[in-house]
Write a protein that binds this ligand. Structure first.
Ligand code: HXC
Length: 281
């Protein structure tokens, strides 16, 4: 195994994204925060759009404290009118939007047989509708400025089927389809549309997806299985470790850079080889 923790070092040239404006949904926590931090480090002005001000305000403060440019706005990506308004405001304030990262997601494990209509709707609306609403809203801005890039967060769990995740797997399969369709449809407008399918990255969001409802009295399997999970990372993930937000952020930065000029409609699996090796459980 390599002794260099390349994951923690930026391989990108300082100032690579100078002058770019990047809108990142769910960019205040977890993978989204890792993306916001790296894009800002590389010179982009990042606008974090997320539901909870406590999350995005803290993220903006931390990014600014390191001397980088960031701002934030409250947004629920399920609200199409709000999405339109936020995108127009960002475009007016900054004069452009170079990159949209559709990172906002909501998932939890629940049996399909008893999933309520509202539970199904909550996840599909965040993961799939939200991705479409945000992509559609930036289209006219990006077309008018001569191009832009959209990167959406997918997953690998729908490649084989994943018990207790009917809502999320259906939504992310839709995100994959949307990525390919928009890539072809909007290529004449020079808008590159790609997706990243992260492997397991133990952020607080994933912990929440595993956690039982607060009043259920059921054990928190994620916390209870901490040791087994460490063993799984060593043996079940071919590259021998969990992913980190920076692993995903690196791919976003690559796609936002000139290296991504001829890439559209691609779905990049960034998972240490996990889905190829793993049987569904
Ligand atoms: C069953 C649940 C549930 C659970 C919520 N619901 N959590 N059902 N099991 N654990 C049901 C509720 O009962 C309700 O249905 C409906 O879903 C809406 O719930 P609300 O809490 O009212 O909705 P809302 O406040 O909008 O919350 C959205 C959410 C929530 C998706 C439900 O979990 C959320 O906001 N999560 C954001 C953070 C997150 O999940 N990140 C995960 C990212 S990690 P009823 O019928 O009662 O009204 C990731 C990778 C996961 O994406 C991969 C794992 C390997």
């Amino acid at each position: 195994m390599s002794k260099v923790a390349a994951n923690d070092l930026s391989v990108f040239r300082p100032g690579l994204l100078n002058g770019q404006v990047a809108l990142i949904t769910g960019g205040g926590t977890g993978i989204g925060l890792g993306i916001s931090e790296l894009l800002a480090e590389l010179g982009a002005h990042v606008v974090i759009a997320s539901r909870r001000p406590a999350n995005h305000e803290a993220a903006v403060e931390a990014i600014r404290a390191r001397g980088h440019a960031a701002s934030s706005v409250a947004l629920d990506v399920r609200d199409q009118a709000a999405v339109q308004s936020v995108v127009q405001n960002v475009a007016t304030t900054h004069g452009r939007i170079d990159l949209l990262v559709n990172n906002a997601a909501g998932n939890f494990y629940a049996p399909s047989a008893t999933l309520s209509p509202n539970a199904w709707k909550a996840v599909v609306e965040i993961d799939l509708y939200g991705t479409f609403y945000c992509s559609q809203a930036v289209h006219s801005v990006m077309k008018a400025q001569g191009g832009g890039r959209i990167v959406s967060t997918s997953m690998t769990l729908h490649y084989r089927g994943w018990p207790l995740m009917a809502h999320a797997t259906a939504a992310k399969a839709g995100v994959d389809a949307l990525t390919r369709t928009l890539a072809v449809e909007w290529a004449p407008d020079r808008i590159r549309v790609n997706a990243i399918a992260p492997g397991p990255i133990p952020t607080e969001g994933v912990r929440k997806a595993f956690a039982p409802p607060a009043d259920s009295g059921a054990p928190d399997l994620f916390a209870a299985a901490e040791e087994k999970m460490a063993e799984y990372a060593r043996t079940g993930i071919p590259l021998g470790r969990w992913g980190t937000p920076r692993d995903i952020a690196n791919m976003v930065a690559f796609l936002a850079s000139p290296a991504g000029d001829w890439i559209t409609g691609a779905i990049f699996v960034v998972d240490g080889g996990e889905w190829l090796a793993k049987a569904p459980s």
